[in-house]
Design a protein around this ligand. Structure first.
Ligand code: GLC
Ligand code: GLC
Length: 814
């Protein structure tokens, strides 16, 4: 069953009813100002940091769910009836409803009592504000007399404090009111120099800033007294719960359309210009007023929207594909890249499953997210790599997370997730291949953000490698620390207390528990270092990295192979995890993916055996499970993984992030049919027809799909913010379609399903547009390249002479 459809031409997903199984959301903003918006206008906004600079409130545990948002009420002055054109919060049945989620904007269209409305929400490029661009059309025979109430609830900036510290919060709320805007200035009197504003164009006849006055006693957002009676209270918030609500009056003749523009924004004043007059406590509005006036003009709004669309056009033009499969096309061309960008911006901080409070920018996560965006935003990727490296410790370890506003490592969660540093090498090398910006390696980057501790980025990469080599266990495999990629495999924690963290309690520098996953990841990283070092003429270092990788491979083959698949780990007692000899958790997906990606067992058949085992034991119609059998009881020696009920999350769910590793492994072995089959099992567009089962958005990947041990097999959760986005993008574009940047040029080496007649791709790479046309002559993976008609040896198109703008490549598959 579907709840909407893809409009591929417009790059929109069109939701045709408000009651989707879960709120289906979108994101606005991609620089500093961000907003989450659901198909019924729920969600919240923040500046840079969802924890520290929250503009509006959202209650994750609320009932009905998704009942805080960007609200509009329309009241018919003649009949006294009122409704919400976004359905929430009034929830009065709408005669027509459509929500169009596009790239960086959402448009909600509806019709009620013959009044048609369209509201387009977006963040203008480069601005710290959001627009609600509302058009009302009168389809009645007579003039409509309408009042439009806009409403939001302000958050008192720090979202955690806002949700907990009521003895203080209820006394500190402060606002100022101007003719057509409301200013929220809580704590501005003391150490803050920022405030929020809420403005509306049109004829303003009333306002409210105190929630209690606007809603009235014992009422909710669905029937505020001010709206019901058609009369704002003109309330002035002092303490309690400050809101912004402006009441505009409109007289609409038949068949006429009018526009109202609402602006919600964030403004920071220079410290020495906070107040006006300087000795007063009044916010200096001189700097913000021109922006507000400007954006209340429809012409400015139209220009800004146009610019937003052009920006996305430019970003997406870098990689466009046409294949025989529509799910591949729309995900690769639009939604997968879009999701990668959202992940780059927000890491795992703010979604409908991540509260914006508990996690900042993750070291492991953000390095992987980079893999999906470097081609679109190389400059920002460069900056992110340097920021991440700056949270690395002198010993090569890394803070697991940092706060985006301060860029300081999060001390609470700390370090010792032993896979972390290696991801930096993968991100940096992907960046180098895309850009050949070798200077980045000489950039001086501090350790732990400490001034004076700077070393070149290259040194940071070296330390990442050393970190693993200095932490090898009894079998010569890397020690796992608090956890590796699987945050929930906690072999050193032994947690028994309900309120402690599974990751940070217990021993953190266990000297026995080892990870085969990190071994594979190490080889991948070390091989990248071999290439980097040799291109930079550091032959001795290249040799050392090569030897380290070989030693690691030997250790995996000797101690990390279980007979039919790769082992997952050794626990604190030296016992195997992920072995046929275990009762539960016999086979894990992660080491099969990463060890094969690292090239282990490709020639001697063990890679194929491991993949056959994955196919037999882990693959399901809804994706590939994390492990089998699921753990049925909590075991302290394994940690959080056994805390989840069977089939959910890390306990044998389809943890989608890992699936592309298997797709890549299948492609490496030349199994194009299987790679594509796995790709389509979790491709959200390919699952659209199952929306009542899948339940999350059909246009983005979710972190997890419940596994077959769960009663809700096939149900997705934790959509949007997941490493799944970047890895699927890598799997389909670089390994299945086979188009990947290398230091020697653009590699084109597809491994396709046998029934694909071909495909075409346009790829911009280092200033040159490659027009790639692939045609299949017969089943197989042999590739022949002709560049401008000339047959080329191998599968890499070398860099063309300076000044070349276009290169035509014919690819024959046989
Ligand atoms: C979450 C985390 C990620 C981790 C994964 C598996 O997605 O953000 O860092 O690798 O879970 O535990
Ligand atoms: C929980 C989740 C895991 C996530 C971690 C972050 O363990 O299961 O997916 O990575 O929290 O701390």
């Amino acid at each position: 069953m579907r709840y909407g459809y893809f409009d591929d031409e417009k790059r929109e997903y069109v939701i045709t009813r408000p009651d989707t199984p879960l709120p289906w959301i979108n994101y606005l903003g991609k620089e500093n100002y961000f907003a989450l918006i659901s198909n019924t206008a729920g969600g919240y906004s923040f500046y840079k940091d969802a924890r520290l600079r929250r503009l509006t409130r959202y209650r994750y545990n609320d009932v009905p769910s998704d009942s805080n948002g960007r609200y509009i009420y329309i009241r018919d002055e003649t009949s006294g009836r009122f409704w919400s054109p976004t359905w929430q919060p009034v929830r009065l049945y709408l005669d027509e409803f459509k929500c169009r989620h596009g790239l960086g904007y959402t448009t909600i269209l509806s019709s009620k009592f013959d009044i048609k409305t369209q509201i387009r929400y977006f963040v203008p490029p480069g601005e710290d504000l959001e627009i609600w661009d509302l058009s009302l059309t009168n389809a009645r025979p007579d003039t409509a007399h309408l009042h439009v109430f806009s409403a939001i609830e302000f958050a008192l900036w720090n979202a955690l404090e806002d949700a907990t510290n009521f003895q203080r919060n209820l006394s500190i709320g402060e606002v100022e009111i101007e003719e057509n805007f409301i200013l929220h200035k809580t704590e501005y009197r003391e150490r803050r120099d920022h405030f929020a504003y809420f403005a509306c164009s049109g004829v303003i006849v009333g306002y409210d800033t105190q929630r209690g006055s606007f809603l009235g006693r014992d009422r909710g957002w669905e029937n505020p007294i001010a709206v019901e009676e058609g009369a704002s209270r003109n309330s002035f918030a002092q303490g309690w719960a400050p809101i912004g609500s402006l009441q505009a009056s409109i007289h609409l003749e038949p068949n006429k359309t009018e526009r109202l523009i609402v602006v919600l924004g964030y403004q920071q004043n220079p410290r020495d210009q906070k107040f006006d007059p300087p000795e007063s406590q009044n916010v200096n509005k001189n700097l913000v007023k021109p922006t507000i006036e400007n954006y209340l003009r429809p012409s400015t709004v139209d220009l800004a929207f146009d610019e937003l669309c052009k920006e996305w056009d430019r970003s997406l033009q870098i990689f466009q594909v046409e294949t025989p499969d529509e799910h591949t096309n729309r995900m690769v061309n639009t939604w997968n890249q879009y999701q990668c960008m959202v992940n780059f911006n927000l890491s795992r901080s703010a979604s409908y499953f991540e509260s914006g409070i508990s996690r900042g920018i993750g070291f492991r996560d953000s390095n992987q997210d980079l893999l999906g965006v470097i081609h679109m935003i190389p400059e920002r990727a460069r900056e992110r790599i340097l920021d991440l490296a700056a949270t690395q410790l002198e010993d090569g370890g890394a803070f697991h997370q940092y706060q985006p506003l301060t860029k300081q490592g999060n001390v609470e969660i700390g370090t010792n997730f032993n896979d972390d540093p290696l991801w930096l090498v993968l991100a940096a090398s992907a960046y180098l291949k895309e850009t050949r910006d070798w200077d980045v390696l000489d950039e001086l980057v501090p350790f732990e953000n400490i001034v004076g501790s700077e070393g070149p980025l290259y040194m940071h990469l070296q330390r990442s490698i050393d970190y693993t080599l200095e932490r090898l266990g009894p079998h010569g495999l890397p020690l796992i620390g608090r956890a590796d990629w699987n945050d929930c495999l906690n072999l050193n924690t032994f947690s028994t207390e309900p309120d402690e963290s599974f990751q940070t309690a217990g021993i953190t520098d266990g000297k026995v528990a080892e990870s085969v996953f990190i071994a594979g990841l190490f080889i991948l990283a070390a091989e990248e270092m071999v290439q980097i070092a040799s291109i930079r003429g550091r032959e001795q270092e290249a040799k050392e990295y090569r030897e380290a990788a070989q030693r690691m491979e030997a250790a995996v083959l000797k101690h990390g192979w279980d007979g039919e698949w790769f082992l997952r780990a050794y626990d604190h007692f030296g016992k195997k995890v992920g072995s046929h000899s275990c009762q539960e958790g016999q086979i894990f997906i992660e080491p099969q993916g990463v060890c094969i990606m690292a090239g282990i067992g490709l020639e001697k058949g063990s890679a194929q055996r491991a993949l056959d085992s994955v196919g037999k034991r882990l693959a399901t119609e809804h994706g590939i499970l994390l492990h089998q059998p699921a753990y049925t009881s909590y075991q302290t020696r394994l940690g959080e993984i056994t805390s989840y009920p069977p089939g959910y999350k890390e306990n044998a769910g389809v943890f989608c992030h890992t699936n592309p590793w298997i797709m890549i492994a299948e492609a490496l072995l030349g199994n194009g049919d299987r790679a594509m089959d796995y790709y389509l099992r979790i491709n959200p567009s390919a699952r659209e027809h199952l929306s009542e089962v899948h339940r999350c958005e059909p246009y983005v990947y979710a972190q997890m799909i419940a596994g077959r041990d769960a009663p809700t097999f096939g149900e997705a959760k934790n959509s949007w913010l997941t490493g799944t986005a970047a890895w699927n993008y890598v799997a389909i574009t670089q390994w299945i379609l086979g188009i990947r940047p290398t230091y020697q040029g653009l590699c084109i080496s597809p491994v396709l399903p046998n029934d694909w007649p071909g495909f075409s791709v346009k790829r911009k790479f280092q200033g040159v547009t490659y027009h790639i046309e692939a045609t299949r002559i017969r089943p197989g993976n042999e590739v022949r390249l002709r560049v401008e008609g000339d047959l080329l040896p191998g599968v890499i198109v070398p860099f063309p002479p300076q000044g070349t703008s276009d290169v035509n490549v014919e690819v024959t598959l046989l």
